[in-house]
Design a protein around this ligand. Structure first.
Ligand SMILES: C[S@@+](CC[C@H](N)C(=O)[O-])C[C@H]1O[C@@H](n2cnc3c(N)ncnc32)[C@H](O)[C@@H]1O
Length: 380
């Protein structure tokens, strides 16, 4: 089957690599998505194990539509009894990038009408709508006049891992945090530090990567479990195989923050994820942080002065740069921020600057290699 994994902008190559490692065929990068080919086994594994995917779709029809009535007719060409019966429930999500189809809610409504009318005409009964927990979730994607109709195999977005028990201001999305860690190349083979851990998202995702815990270990429900062709035995087998792979991370994973509350929330989230044994967290301002001597990887999501306001943002970023130079020789640092002016104050030359979005905020993921004698540059 042809499948599509959706992701956040900037993470497409990371997701493509994850898919290749799972054994996907014909992997092709699209905009905020990766297309691939695989079977039901790969579909289940994708939902369970991919760290940088938001949802996995199974496209079942693609066509051009000129207007809403045309869309209605084309939707009716699919035999929906293959996927649903009249006693079941459905929900339709629509996303449109189109001059013709401007209102995604109307597209969703029209699609739903076409499907339920097909059942009514054939059986006299129709499936009903259940937005929160449907038996079948359908996704309609329209770019100009090109329509793709897919069955959503995930249900709730895959960034909801089930461990976020408490949030603080400006947490980073779980998929983005995992994607940054994977983009850095880190897989647990060196120490990892988040000096500004907030609610601990990087730390939970890092502990899951290093211990080879599947991204969705704690999630109970996926949309595919309600499909007519759901294979519970295969699903159980894949979960057990994933569990059997888990190891204790070979190196330290360390989190710090200047706020006590952050440390408390991080600890709670790590416990909810079942990964608290693998991570050490302490309250400490970055100004006073001394890392383990052998080198490693630092990841940080400092305040941007957007959602989290800061008195003197440039001073904070200057401190980060100074600290990296003075105490983190032998480390690689990956810092994500949307604040271009503040980034300059880090005062180190970035060896990579990857465009990414954190929610609506356009960011740069900056890579600094802090080898002996790092050159001071503009750090634009
Ligand atoms: C944007 S939040 C990090 C969010 C985190 N990635 C998460 O997912 O929840 C920035 C964090 O930096 C911390 N922070 C700000 N200045 C700091 C400093 N000088 N030393 C250590 N932590 C600091 C704040 O307390 C806040 O928790």
């Amino acid at each position: 089957m042809k499948l599509i994994a959706k992701t956040l902008q900037g993470l497409e190559p990371v997701l493509a690599q994850e898919l290749q490692q799972l054994g996907a065929r014909d992997v092709q990068i699209l905009k905020r998505a990766v297309q691939f080919a695989g079977d039901l086994r790969l579909l289940y594994r994708s939902n369970l194990e991919l760290r940088s995917a938001i949802r996995i779709l199974w496209p079942i029809a693609a066509f051009r539509a000129r207007h809403e009535d045309d869309l209605y007719r084309r939707i009716q060409r699919t035999d929906w009894s293959e996927y649903l019966n009249q006693r079941q429930t459905l929900a339709v999500d629509a996303i449109t990038y189109s001059e013709t189809f401007r209102h995604s809610k109307y597209v969703a409504l029209k699609t739903k009408d076409a499907i339920v009318d097909q059942f009514r005409e054939r059986t006299g009964r129709r499936p009903s709508v259940n937005v929160a927990n449907p038996d079948l979730r359908i996704n309609v994607h329209i770019r100009q006049n090109e329509v793709t109709v897919s069955i959503d195999s995930s249900g709730e977005s895959l960034h909801k891992r089930g461990y976020r028990k408490e949030t603080l201001e400006a947490p980073i999305n779980e998929v983005l945090a995992a994607g940054i860690l994977l983009r850095s190349g880190w897989r647990g083979e060196r120490p990892l530090i988040d000096p500004m851990c907030g609610s601990g998202t990087f730390l939970v995702e890092a502990a899951a990567i290093a211990s080879r815990a599947p991204a969705q270990w704690h999630r109970q429900q996926f949309a595919f479990q309600k499909w007519n062709n759901f294979d519970p035995q295969l699903w159980q087998e894949l979960r057990e195989a994933a569990r059997a792979q888990q190891i204790d991370p070979p190196h330290a994973i360390l989190g710090f923050d200047k706020s006590f509350q952050s440390i408390r929330v991080t600890q709670r989230n790590l416990e909810a994820a079942g990964l608290a044994n693998h991570v050490e967290v302490k309250r400490r301002p970055f100004e006073k942080l001394v890392p383990p001597a052998e080198g490693g990887v630092l990841v940080a999501n400092p305040p941007y002065d957007e959602r989290l306001e800061v008195d003197d943002i440039e001073k904070l970023y200057r401190m980060i740069g100074d600290r990296l130079k003075q105490a983190f020789t032998g480390y690689e640092a990956w810092i994500i921020s949307s604040n271009k002016a503040a980034i300059k104050s880090i005062g180190l030359k970035a060896s990579a600057r990857v465009p990414m979005f954190n929610g609506a905020l356009e960011c740069r993921l900056l890579h600094y290699e802090l080898y002996e004698g790092s050159r001071k540059g503009e750090g634009k």
